[in-house]
Ligand binder design. Structure first.
Ligand code: DGL
Length: 282
């Protein structure tokens, strides 16, 4: 297939990367997408650097085997852990989510006090602190790991009492620090936006790196002359490593479009046969 008409690969540890896929669908509606969510091994955010790196290479290799023209690492944990290693290895461009999010935060804060929330690994890596300070070293940053948000989202508990209680517990201390911008440094958190906004108040701007990342995808495609040119409508394919039914249930509610076809793959086995094709067989 001609390079331009190949799909964009989107990689995440689970369902949360659909926030980035949705933005790409909206901003680049002619592009095809192959999505891989490593639902068997989510969460990545509480695992070691070595394990996250190994999983990330397996995910990248799987997408490269799908003949993609570029890969978007929607997962903040992977972007914070080993993006440069993936970029050095990959024959096609690999884009992470941290720089786009950091740019939006640094450009948007008026008070110069920014909150960053993410997984334990993302916060420990200080990747956002470094990226924001590379733009403006005077910005004060208050970071907090919020590990319970990921299972809440994977469970589809986006605005019930458990979600509200967890959000209050994590975010009220940040609010007291006087932040005017809160970076949602995790794929999953944009799904909790209304709940998070209610806790921090309307005067705090939530930065969702999905939007910024999709703009960056457009720039990379334009710079590389890689925009899709085919007349046929774009194709969206989904791959997960486990539990497609849950992925479909939560994902369709979020994407507001069918998650079909979906297949289950084992990222540890290169070039394997697909265990299922099409949602009827899921
Ligand atoms: N995708 C991860 C991230 O954006 C969140 C889920 C996980 O911990 O794997 O950091």
């Amino acid at each position: 297939m001609e390079m331009n008409n190949k799909p964009i690969g989107v990689f995440d540890s689970g369902i949360g990367g659909l926030t980035v896929a949705r933005e790409i669908m909206e901003q680049l509606p002619r592009e095809s997408i192959v999505y891989f969510g490593d639902t068997a091994r989510v969460p990545y955010g509480s695992k070691s650097r070595e394990t996250v790196t190994r999983f990330a290479f397996e995910g990248l290799n799987f997408l490269l085997a799908q003949d993609v023209k570029m890969v978007v690492v929607a997962c903040n944990t992977v972007s914070a852990t080993c993006l440069e290693e993936l970029q050095r290895y990959s024959p096609v461009p690999v884009l992470g989510v941290i720089e786009p999010g950091a740019r939006a935060a640094a450009g948007g804060t008026r008070s110069g006090i920014v909150g960053v929330i993410g997984t334990e690994r993302t916060i420990k890596s200080e990747a956002y602190v470094k990226a924001i300070h590379a733009i403006d070293k005077n910005i004060k940053i208050h970071s907090r790991a919020c590990p319970l948000f990921v299972p809440l989202v994977e469970e589809g508990w986006l605005d019930n009492e458990a979600a509200r209680y967890t959000a209050r517990t994590y975010l009220e201390p940040l609010k007291k620090e006087g932040i005017d911008t809160l970076v949602l440094a995790c794929t999953h958190y944009p799904l909790l936006k209304p709940t998070l906004q209610a806790v921090v108040g309307e005067d705090v701007r939530l930065v969702d790196s999905a939007y910024e990342t999709a703009r960056e995808v457009r720039r990379v495609l334009e710079d590389g002359d890689l925009r899709r040119t085919a007349d046929a409508p774009p194709a969206y394919r989904y791959f997960v490593s486990d539990n497609p039914a849950k992925f479909i249930e939560v994902g369709e509610r979020f994407l507001r479009r069918p998650i079909d076809p979906i297949s289950v793959i084992d990222p540890e086995v290169p070039c394997q046969d697909m265990k299922s094709k099409g949602r009827k067989s899921v």
